[in-house]
Design a protein around this ligand. Sequence first.
Ligand code: CMP
Length: 143
Amino acid sequence: MEKTFLMVKPDGVQRGLVGEIVKRFEQKGFQLIGSKLTVITREQAEIHYAEHKGKDFFERLVNFITSGPVFAMVWHGDQVITLSRTMIGKTNSLEAAPGTIRGDYAVHTNLNLIHGSDSPESAEREINNFFQPSEIHMYTKNI
Ligand code: CMP
């Protein structure tokens, strides 16, 4: 079992897509173990997108991700890191397949609705950047 960090970006929150996105991951069988609507700080955004520092879109990306509330989530499940990336679709919205979140709802790469961790190492770093351990709740299904 793995944990991953998923974040509905400001465009997804403003378009009212939080429920639709959460529904897809719940119906796949993954478990939501942490979530919050929050406006992230510039410092958190720069840590989150550190690998893109120096690229021409970095400043625009940090400005955008801090421009309004995001819906940050921690999900738990078997192969959740790889499978959630498949469900999200390609970064470039022009290449995102129908049936994926970006393929169904995104038009622009800059407004691509959702972020998902791309590896176990990224997931751990990103979860720690946005959540305190006390905000994550593991539970078993007993009803
Ligand atoms: P995300 O999965 O959050 O990771 C980095 C983000 O940078 C990406 O989604 C896009 O929203 C954004 N971005 C903007 N331009 C580019 C680009 N040319 N290549 C990759 N990512 C880009």
